[in-house]
Design a protein around this ligand. Structure first.
Ligand SMILES: [Zn+2]
Ligand SMILES: [Zn+2]
Length: 248
């Protein structure tokens, strides 16, 4: 090997080490944690209700459900739709314990949150919708807790916000072990979550509540009301994906 080829090789490897990272999904070298090709598989929730982020066909409308009854949370961030690769990744985390699939999802949500809070105050406390202890025992982990930890790690790296840390233990507890939500139909899901959660410690005035997916929104709304009754004055919802209508 001549010196020119050798120096180009060394320079390339230094460049790769400094400026390129590996794509979380396909392992190819990329400037971002998700390469352009893999990123295309994630469907952005571009057209959605401006309050609840329910997927719609047109932009900037208030959906029918919100017109009937406006959810109690102030702000909802749900940048992706629960379909395609997002659905595959979330299912693999939940049911196959594929924890390495958490990073691409929390990276994409983290990116949106940084944009969202560039012009408004970050919440003082970050909470998550937990699983029931018996389900955690069965699966060996609580996926929303692991996702929140990973999300916070990302936000701590890319922001200077001091409030961004996980509260341990999470102030919301699931007290009733309901049948897994995905096995219920929409009608059952809407009536199911009532009084399934409790808040057992004091919480900040402005909180964020994380969940991986929002479908009907009934669990989120129930937890929001609980947080508002427990001292919160503003609840922001952070979810990775919102389920489109055909999934109901
Ligand atoms: Zn990739
Ligand atoms: Zn809506």
């Amino acid at each position: 090997m001549d010196w020119k080829t050798l120096s180009t090789k060394i320079l390339n490897s230094v460049y790769n080490r400094l400026f390129l990272t590996q794509c979380y999904l396909c392992d190819t070298k990329s400037k971002h944690p998700l390469c352009q090709h893999c990123r295309k598989g994630f469907t952005k929730n571009t057209f959605s209700c401006y309050h609840c982020k329910h997927p719609t066909d047109t932009q900037n409308i208030l959906c029918g459900q919100c017109q009937i009854s406006l959810p109690a949370y102030q702000n909802c961030i749900a940048p992706y739709r629960f379909e395609g690769i997002v659905k595959i990744l979330i299912h693999s985390i939940k049911f196959n314990q594929s924890s390495h699939h958490i990073r691409p999802l929390t990276y994409l949500l983290g990116e949106e949150l940084i944009k969202e809070y560039s012009s408004k105050p970050w919440p003082e406390q970050i909470l998550y919708v937990p699983s029931h202890p018996s389900r955690i025992k069965e699966r060996g982990f609580c996926q929303t807790q692991i996702m929140t930890k990973q999300l916070i790690k990302y936000l701590q790296t890319y922001t200077t916000e001091k409030h961004i840390k996980i509260t341990h233990p999470n102030p919301i507890k699931k007290i009733k072990d309901t049948q897994a939500q995905h096995l219920l139909n929409k009608k059952e899901r809407l009536k199911n979550p009532k009084n399934n959660y409790l808040v057992d410690q004091s919480i900040a005035k402005h909180v964020a509540l994380f969940d991986d997916v929002m479908t009907t929104g009934s669990t989120i709304e129930n937890c929001t009301k609980l947080l508002l009754n427990s001292g919160a004055e503003q609840v922001d919802i952070w979810v990775i994906a919102r389920t489109p209508d055909k999934e109901h």
